[in-house]
Design a protein around this ligand. Structure first.
Ligand SMILES: Nc1ncnc2c1ncn2[C@@H]1O[C@H](COP(=O)(O)OP(=O)(O)OP(=O)(O)O)[C@@H](O)[C@H]1O
Ligand SMILES: [Mg+2]
Length: 228
């Protein structure tokens, strides 16, 4: 079943001679439950695309549909609700709130949505992310890898249908990154959660169901992996 449909997505930054075509007519569909890797050189438009799919940035032209809903046809209020309920975005540079501790950063989107965090669910997630002893530390008191794990926890905690992850293991060593991918895969299988993961790590890309390669804002390859 098709969950996402991306149609002729274009994103242009700047004007005149400073104009950069970060996305140039990108179209593809994603079935529900797919774990999709996006790879490509630095500057090829990966983060730009992910931010648009997550509704945090608007395309210059083109459309994104989730469950047949035209994401950018919504007004700002409904787009904010879409961001809180339907997608979980893991940012390349974490975007944690500096004055909130690890636990508060993880639970914030749920609280902003007027829901009450379940303390058992929170404990389990902190355990899985190996953050139990760090739950009351501020981002500035955490290592890069720990901050990365907090940002992963924040995206997973609301159990959205779609997880969008920008280099989720970019700051982790190989052991930690294997564990994070295992965790994402488990969440993908257990909850039929659809995932789009940007990565520079070929090993991670090969563990996904499909690999899309971007170059200069265009899709240059789209391949299914043979995953058991
Ligand atoms: N806010 C912005 N203003 C102007 N240009 C931008 C902006 N954001 C991105 N760009 C440009 O758009 C292009 C795509 O950037 P993007 O961040 O999507 O690349 P990326 O594939 O994620 O790269 P990396 O692997 O280094 O993270 C780049 O040429 C970048 O310089
Ligand atoms: Mg990027």
């Amino acid at each position: 079943m098709e969950l996402m449909r991306i149609e002729n997505l274009c994103k242009t930054y700047g004007k005149g001679e400073n104009e950069v075509k970060a996305l140039d007519n990108v179209s593809f569909t994603v079935p529900k439950g797919q774990m999709l890797a996006v790879i490509g050189p630095s500057g090829s438009g990966k983060s730009t695309m992910l931010h648009i799919l997550g509704g945090v940035d608007r395309p210059t032209s083109g459309k994104v549909f989730l469950d047949e809903q035209d994401v950018f046809a919504q007004d700002n209020k409904n787009l904010a609700i879409f961001r809180r309920r339907q997608v979980g975005l893991i940012y390349q540079f974490y975007n944690l709130i500096p004055v909130l501790d690890a636990e508060e950063n993880i639970t914030l989107p749920l609280i902003m949505d007027g829901r009450k965090p379940d303390s058992k669910h929170l404990d389990e997630l902190l355990e899985l992310l190996q953050l139990k002893e760090r739950r009351h530390h501020l981002p500035s008191q955490l290592s890069g890898g720990q901050q990365q794990r907090v940002s992963i926890g924040r995206a997973l905690f609301t159990s959205p249908g779609v997880i969008l992850a920008d280099e989720p293991t970019g700051n982790l060593d190989s052991k930690n990154s294997a564990e994070i991918i295992k965790l994402l895969r488990k969440s993908n299988r257990d909850y039929e959660q659809t995932m789009i993961i940007i990565t520079h790590d070929e090993n991670i890309a090969l563990q996904c169901d499909r690999i899309i390669t971007l170059s200069d804002g265009k899709i240059v390859s789209d391949k299914l992996n043979d995953i058991k």
